[in-house]
Ligand binder design. Structure first.
Ligand code: NAP
Length: 271
């Protein structure tokens, strides 16, 4: 529903912590046109300023909205849905970003048929996130488009047609930023072991990860393996390292096990 003149629809945001505030900033950048209500028990100064500047109703009266976005912690599902309920009307789509909470969990708490379960990730805070999303069968195309636009305001959105795949999305992109940060840590530690001062190794590793990520971002049509081949001369230094990373006990197997562990944990948390 972004059409160049703004994001159309009335929205209530329940929970404006890290992720909720990032979404609200994204909607603001997309020039959301409908009324916006925000429910947040401990509004940060940034949230108060944003609401004052753009006329968003902070902890005000409730009325049914086109979309209600639930962004409380999963353990606050009960109180969050109590706060959300007055904004839910017959035509409302409820968008939940609560990790590990299924559509059926949300449906048990709010009187909505149209429910979207999404798993964003932290780069949403800089508008560079990616979310996986699944919609309940009762969600109309227009409701799904509105949910898509709300999520897309902070990054890319990929829809899956099987709710259980959200656990795999969680394991890849939801938890993924932490894997990349850990990679930077390991690269720095290896650099220090190779004789570099620790601070220099940390800076080399950090800026390398930042730069490589940005290079990939700027060449969306080029797959990572092609980018890798372009910087790997046969018989050179990179090839020597990749031989280790590509070995039978190398990175591919480790990643498979790490993602499988995260997916299993996501399944457990979903009950
Ligand atoms: N951060 C991520 O990378 C990420 C990624 C994917 C999904 N998620 C999901 O996003 C959700 C929010 O995560 P977060 O990191 O943004 O958490 P957060 O910073 O703790 O934000 C949650 C906010 O909701 C508020 N809240 C609690 N009860 C409420 C109620 N009844 N009504 C309205 N607001 C209420 C909290 O206020 P108090 O501080 O006063 O409790 C807090 O400000 C979680 O469910 C998480 O699973 C996060």
């Amino acid at each position: 529903m972004t059409d160049g003149v703004g994001l159309r629809g009335s929205v209530a945001l329940v929970g404006a912590g890290n992720m909720g505030l990032a979404l609200l900033e994204g909607w603001t950048a997309q020039q959301v046109t409908g009324p916006v209500s925000v429910i947040e028990p401990q509004p940060s100064q940034r949230l108060q300023d944003l609401c004052a500047e753009y006329g968003y109703a902070l902890n005000g009266a409730a009325a049914p909205r086109d979309a209600v976005v639930l962004a409380v912690k999963p353990q606050a599902l009960d109180s969050g849905t109590v706060a959300a309920a007055p904004f839910v009307g017959p035509a409302t789509v409820v968008v939940s970003i609560l990790a590990g909470k299924r559509i059926s969990d949300i449906a048990a708490h709010v009187p909505a048929q149209a429910i979207v379960r999404a798993m964003p990730n932290t780069p949403a805070a800089i508008g560079r996130g990616i979310a996986g999303a699944f919609s309940s069968p009762a969600t109309s195309a227009a409701q799904r488009a509105l949910a898509d636009a709300l999520l897309r305001a902070v990054g890319a959105v990929e829809w899956v047609d099987d709710e259980t795949l959200i656990d795999a999305v969680t394991a890849v992109s939801g938890s993924g930023p932490a894997y990349v940060f850990y990679f930077a840590e390991c690269l720095a530690a290896a650099g220090a072991e190779a004789g570099l001062p620790a601070a220099l190794a940390a800076r080399l590793a950090r800026v390398t990860v930042e730069g490589a990520g940005e290079l990939m971002h700027r060449q969306p049509e080029t797959p990572p393996d092609e980018l890798r081949r372009r910087v790997t001369s046969p018989g050179g230094t990179t090839a020597a390292a990749l031989e280790v990373l590509e070995a039978a006990d190398g990175l591919a197997g480790l990643m498979r096990r790490a993602v499988a562990a995260a997916r299993r944990r996501a399944e457990e948390l979903s009950g």
